[in-house]
Design a protein around this ligand. Structure first.
Ligand code: APR
Length: 248
């Protein structure tokens, strides 16, 4: 593994544009379950019944049952070594942007400033009827939270069936097409369109560094260096290797 970390560090040091694509796996060590691992969220809540915009519109109270449970876990979560390590890489100038599928705000709390959120962020809520927006914190005691117009509020996260924010799509595709290194961390890469990022980067000459506790469909088809294990440990080791090379 050490030799792989060294090689990945060389890719990053020599890359003039490095990106990270992250998924739920990077936040598991912060106490937030992922979706598709054993015991993940979708093993307990059927996404067809809880994670589509149609399900929310049909039965918002039911969907808020899951959202409330997720919200309590996200509230207690703090950035782990992987989030902090990516923030350090950005500060050192070795990571230019993060493209994340996560809604937990942990990259920003871990020190990263350049974060593109494909699936929104759970820190605000909006009314689908009158458009008014609230901070999630100010509605914490209401289950489900309601707008002053009395309708049930929706978190500003992207449900299945909703469009990905256009600026996130445009910016991420533009960056991926000129990246020289792409770290893919803690994602099963099964949800589109975000899962096209690795192939766009690869087609344009980027080296793909995958960090995951298990192999994915990218590992044998696209990945140049597969660093198997927990994101917190591996990102920390990778940052240490980059720091050492940067001082040489
Ligand atoms: N370290 C590294 N990888 C991990 C860890 C860990 N500690 N824990 C889990 N993983 C890996 C799993 O092996 C898996 O490959 O993270 C990945 C998580 O995959 P998913 O649960 O499918 O999460 P994600 O890829 O982010 O899902 C994408 O699907 O349901 C939607 O909107 C939801 O944003 C989410 C999207």
């Amino acid at each position: 593994m050490e030799e792989l970390i060294e090689r990945a560090g060389d890719f990053i040091i020599n890359s003039r544009l490095t990106l990270a694509l992250t998924g739920a796996g990077i936040s598991v060590e912060s106490g937030i379950p992922d979706f598709r691992s054993a015991g993940g969220l979708w093993s307990r809540f059927d996404p067809a019944e809880y994670a589509t915009i149609a399900a929310f519109r049909a039965n918002p109270e039911k969907v808020w049952g899951m959202l409330r449970e997720m919200g309590q876990v996200v509230d207690q979560a703090r950035p782990n070594k992987a989030h902090v390590g990516l923030g350090e890489l950005e500060k050192m100038g070795y990571l230019h942007h993060i493209i994340t599928q996560n809604i937990d705000n942990l990259h920003q709390e871990g020190g990263s400033r350049n974060v593109i959120e494909y699936h929104g962020n759970s820190s605000t809520l909006s009314c689908l009827w009158c458009g008014k927006r609230y901070g999630t914190d100010e509605k914490r005691d209401e289950v489900p939270p309601r707008c002053e117009c009395k309708r049930i509020l929706k978190p500003d996260v992207i449900f299945f069936g909703e469009a990905i924010p256009q600026d996130a799509l445009n910016r991420s595709f533009q960056l991926a097409s000129s990246a020289r290194a792409l770290m893919v961390i803690g994602t099963s890469a099964v949800v589109s369109p975000v899962n096209t990022i690795p192939s766009i980067a690869k087609q344009n000459g980027a080296k793909i560094i995958e960090i995951n506790k298990e192999r994915t469909h990218l590992t044998d088809s696209m990945t140049d260096i597969f660093l198997e294990g927990s994101a917190g440990l591996i990102v920390s080791d990778l940052v240490a290797a980059v720091k050492k090379k940067g001082e040489m």
